[in-house]
Design a protein around this ligand. Sequence first.
Ligand code: UDP
Ligand code: MG
Length: 316
Amino acid sequence: MKNVEVSIVIPVYNEEQSLPALFGELWPVVEGLGRVTEVILVNDGSRDATLGMLYDFQQQHKEVRVIDLGANFGQHMALLAGFEYTRGSKIITLDADLQNPPAEIPRLLAEMDKGHDVVGTYRVGRQDPWFRKFASKWVNRITNKIAKLSIRDYGCMLRGYDRRIIDIINVSKESSTFIPALAQKFAVNPIEIPVAHREREFGVSKYGIFQLIRLNFDLMTNFSLVPLQAVTMAGMFFALLSGLLLAFMFVRRVVLGIGTWQRFIEHSFEAFGFMLTAITLISVGVLGEYVGRIYKEVSKRPRYSVRRVYETEDDE
Ligand code: UDP
Ligand code: MG
């Protein structure tokens, strides 16, 4: 395939139940685009029938390539792997579960035609459990504040990126990342549009509570040093406070010779001791996060490994 304009990248993990609907809904959209389009399906170490189904689909359409990863590396790594294979000048990411309808793709492309290099999206009428919507609201707010970004909905993965943005992402070799935030950092002329959202019809969400915590921790610590700095600041504040208290005690006992407040102060100190212990624990955790990152960075472990690429050879 020559002169690809649009590359649609879809990470797929154990989606055997969603795939027939995805193929059925995606293909008419691809054909209706009227643009040279390739579809890159990244199998993220699925353990069900996913790979075979992707392969069959690839055999039917020369525009489709299947990148089969050697293990489950997570949605964002799977997308990064897919990006390395894209040839289009416009790149669209989409989830395999049809929570965002492929029918929205032409609207994203229309925005890109106007010159927007990143087309972000936010879900209107989001159909997810209430605790996920509630958590997202706060994650969106806090992340925007500390990472100095303004993204309405970090979790919506139906997005459009210009080739230039993807090229930069491809050379950013960080070992964990959050793609919408990374892209926004490099965007010159981004825009956000509302997109429809529906309930996951087939299969279940691939994110359990621990994966969600992990993912959001990645998001916050990858794009900001504020969590680390906040803890350090709090530590300094409490150190200063206990210093003042010590000085106060000293003045009372030695200079003024009053002893009645001593028990009160002793008790206060116990309280501060507890507080400092808590802060120390938090600091160790946050520091550990960054140290762990440095460890991952220096160990130069590949971010993902491709087993095989299924594609139809060019005739030319
Ligand atoms: N996914 C993936 N690897 C993972 C988890 C998810 O490639 O480890 C894919 C999944 O197949 C889907 C997309 O990422 O295409 C979003 O996952 P999901 O719908 O489970 O997330 P949710 O909508 O619940 O946030
Ligand atoms: Mg989903």
